[in-house]
Design a protein around this ligand. Structure first.
Ligand SMILES: C[S@@+](CC[C@H](N)C(=O)[O-])C[C@H]1O[C@@H](n2cnc3c(N)ncnc32)[C@H](O)[C@@H]1O
Length: 215
């Protein structure tokens, strides 16, 4: 594995997304070791190729992981990684489109201790936050949480020059929903669902984990 960054490509099966995942998986794991319960249910949104869920699962042998994505083309990759790693605590992926509540899981079937989503906001509209909050309000246990990892703006500004450069690079693609989102806009989108920002954790390379909980 080389450290050279491939060209930015948001496709979940792209070399760029794999490169980013290999860079961020250990820092995220270190935070999740502090946050996740030893046992229970965890739901990953926008799982993509399944790199993270398959990397994390062996560290939480009594936690059941449910991967998901709106793009069913990634499901074979998630399952192939699961088989290669011999992971037994990862369910078959399910289709969840964060813009379509009719695809959200049934709270009568299962409630979750942890919901996590990694690197979606730079290539998706801030409205996705509304979907995540609506879903969380429905399927989170009362003391559960939503952990959102990625680079974000704070109060309209960049926290570092490198985040400004990264944003400039993705905005240059001129795809309307691409670009760094502001933490405040996520909070605003989540508030009507009774989901509030509890904590912001600083991670390497100017990324955050935004920890949302039920109000
Ligand atoms: C940049 S990839 C990140 C994948 C993975 N989380 C990672 O970090 O390697 C963004 C992911 O968001 C998913 N996605 C985009 N829009 C979505 C939506 N409306 N609902 C659910 N997933 C979505 C894509 O299919 C893709 O897997």
């Amino acid at each position: 594995m080389t450290d050279a960054r491939p060209d930015i490509d948001p496709h979940p099966l792209s070399p760029y997304v794999a490169w980013a995942g290999n860079r961020n998986k250990d820092p995220i794991l270190a935070s999740f070791k502090e946050l996740f319960p030893a046992s229970g249910e965890a739901l990953e949104l926008a799982s993509g190729a399944g790199l993270h869920v398959n990397y994390f699962a062996p560290y939480f042998p009594s936690l059941n992981f449910q991967p998901s994505d709106y793009d069913v083309e990634v499901f074979d990759s998630i399952k192939a990684k699961r088989a290669a790693a011999g992971n037994t605590n990862i369910a078959d992926p399910i289709r969840i489109d964060l813009t379509d509540p009719s695809t959200f899981p049934d709270p009568k079937a299962k409630l979750y201790d942890a919901i996590f989503v990694i690197n979606i906001f730079q290539v998706a509209p801030v409205a996705i936050a509304e979907g995540i909050a609506r879903l969380g309000a429905s399927v989170l246990k009362p003391d559960g949480f939503i952990a959102i990892y990625g680079p974000f703006k704070v109060d309209g500004g960049y926290t570092t020059p490198s985040n400004a450069d990264f944003d400039k690079e993705i905005l240059a693609a001129k795809v309307p929903e691409w670009g760094l989102k502001d933490v405040r806009d996520l909070e605003k989108a989540a508030a009507p669902f009774g989901i509030r920002l509890d904590r912001r954790l600083d991670l390497p390379a100017n990324n955050f984990i935004l920890l949302f909980k039920k109000a």
